[in-house]
Design a protein around this ligand. Structure first.
Ligand SMILES: [Zn+2]
Length: 453
């Protein structure tokens, strides 16, 4: 649901941009749509005998089920295709040819490397284009995206520009590390990636205006900001009004979303204008409470720490796997080249490492998602507790928000548990709505997990 959420081709870009665009913002797919606010059981007899906390009218249900199958297929195809492209580049020796071409063309080694990795990034982007386009066409067909093809192509070009600007030099740097330390390079790459990830999280809010328009939320929604301030007061967060932004998402999407992003001096709360325009203020308050939970519970630093720890083993394991691949296929793929350089240290040899890293990130996807779902659930609990006393009925409000969210994104009310485990960065909307419906710690004079009352 975010732009560039699938920038899989090159893992370096993944390291940089996963954190930049994926991890750094914790998108909160809890949308609230314009239709009926799906009230609690007694008030909502319109839905025939549904005992589910999240339900869709029949026409939308059929669409949501088809769409969830398409999304899953595209996701799997995208991951496998990313691996296949790397394998094809190596097995056809196109990668070796490209490295040789760059060497003939330019004299300085670092410029040869920059050219090689820049062309590589262009190739992987072009290779991913068909699947990206199908994804966009599907999203438009189901009325979720309203972004024209011209604008979509423009975004793609901007993403590629960022990849070339930041990704190519980082790949070159990592490649150089393999060259100077053929045995311990994975450790140096890990060490160097830590500050890079931190920088990318810091810089992410500054790069987002390249893709979307932002303005201070207070400019157009002063009354809403005043209500959000009541949540700020209750949570004790220091989200000043000048850190609250409205994103003009409606130019591109019918989806509903909000997220927190940045760290330290750049951290901020962003609400999509689709959500402020179509959701009751109470539900916006809940979403804000959820996002505040990400702040208060330090989810971004925790995710970064988890990622840093995970990457240590990922780089170590990938280096071992890449070493095996190089021994097995090195000669056939012409990894060493004419200058007798170590197989993995050549330009084309570095793609072997990228292949190993991409395979690792595919295998570890469920682990990452499990962590993410845990944090999202915590934020849901926090959000519901945060609006207690500020809205008439926190349970109903949260459930309404989830129903609106699910309807706007056409979320399948009953996804397969395996798909949810493997692919969902958030618990399913059904799981979240169900929890919201039954979560009432104040019932017998009790209190919640995060607030005294
Ligand atoms: Zn969230």
């Amino acid at each position: 649901m975010n732009f560039a959420r699938r920038m899989l081709p090159a893992f370096c870009v993944a390291v940089l941009f996963t954190s930049l665009i994926g991890l750094s913002s914790l998108p909160c797919s809890a949308q609230l749509a314009p239709s009926q606010p799906a009230p609690a059981s007694t008030a909502a007899p319109a839905q025939p005998a549904s005992t589910q906390a999240y339900s869709l009218p029949p026409d939308k249900l059929a669409k949501a089920i088809t769409l969830s199958h398409i999304r899953t297929a595209l996701d799997i195809a995208g991951s496998l295709w990313g691996l296949a492209v790397l394998w094809i580049l190596l097995a056809t020796r196109w990668a070796a040819d490209l490295a040789a071409w760059a060497e003939r063309l330019l004299r300085r080694r670092w410029m040869q490397g920059l050219l090689f990795f820049a062309v590589f990034l262009v190739i992987t982007t072009l290779a991913g284009l068909p699947l990206d386009a199908i994804g966009h066409a599907v999203s438009r067909h189901y009325g979720i995206s309203v972004q024209g093809w011209g604008s979509w192509t423009g975004d793609l070009a901007k993403s590629l520009g960022l990849s070339l600007l930041f990704g190519a030099p980082v790949l070159l740097l990592f490649n150089w590390l393999v060259r100077v330390s053929p045995r311990r390079y994975w450790l140096w790459i890990w060490l160097v990636s830590l500050p890079l990830i931190l920088i990318s999280v810091l810089a992410s809010p500054l790069l987002e205006p390249i893709f979307n328009k932002f303005e201070p939320l207070i400019k157009t929604h002063p009354a809403l900001v005043a209500r959000l301030e009541t949540v700020v007061a209750r949570t004790g967060t220091k989200i000043a009004p000048d850190r609250m932004f409205l994103m003009k998402a409606s130019e591109k999407s019918n989806g509903l979303n909000a997220y927190v992003t940045g760290i330290g001096a750049t951290k901020r709360f962003v609400m999509w204008d689709t959500a402020t325009d179509r959701l009751p203020d109470d539900e916006v308050l809940f979403i804000f409470g959820h996002e505040s939970g990400h702040y208060v519970l330090n989810h971004i630093p925790k995710e970064l720490a988890g990622m840093a720890a995970g990457l240590f083993f990922v780089f170590w394991g990938s280096a071992a796997f890449a070493g095996w691949l190089a021994r097995r296929f090195g000669a056939r793929w012409q990894l060493s080249g004419p200058d007798g350089i170590a197989p993995l240290a050549s330009r084309q040899g570095f793609l072997v490492l990228l292949f190993a890293l991409s395979a690792a990130s595919l295998i570890l996807q469920p682990a990452g998602n499990s962590f993410s779902r845990h944090f999202e659930h915590e934020a849901d609990v926090y959000g519901q507790e945060a609006i207690h006393g500020l809205v008439a009925d926190p349970q109903k409000t949260a459930m309404g928000a989830f129903n609106h969210l699910g309807e706007a994104w056409l979320e399948d009310p009953n996804p397969s548990p395996f798909i949810e485990f493997w692919e969902y960065s958030h618990p399913s909307v059904q799981t979240r709505a169900n929890f919201a419906l039954h979560y009432d710690p104040w019932a017998n004079g009790g209190h919640g997990r995060f607030f005294d009352k």
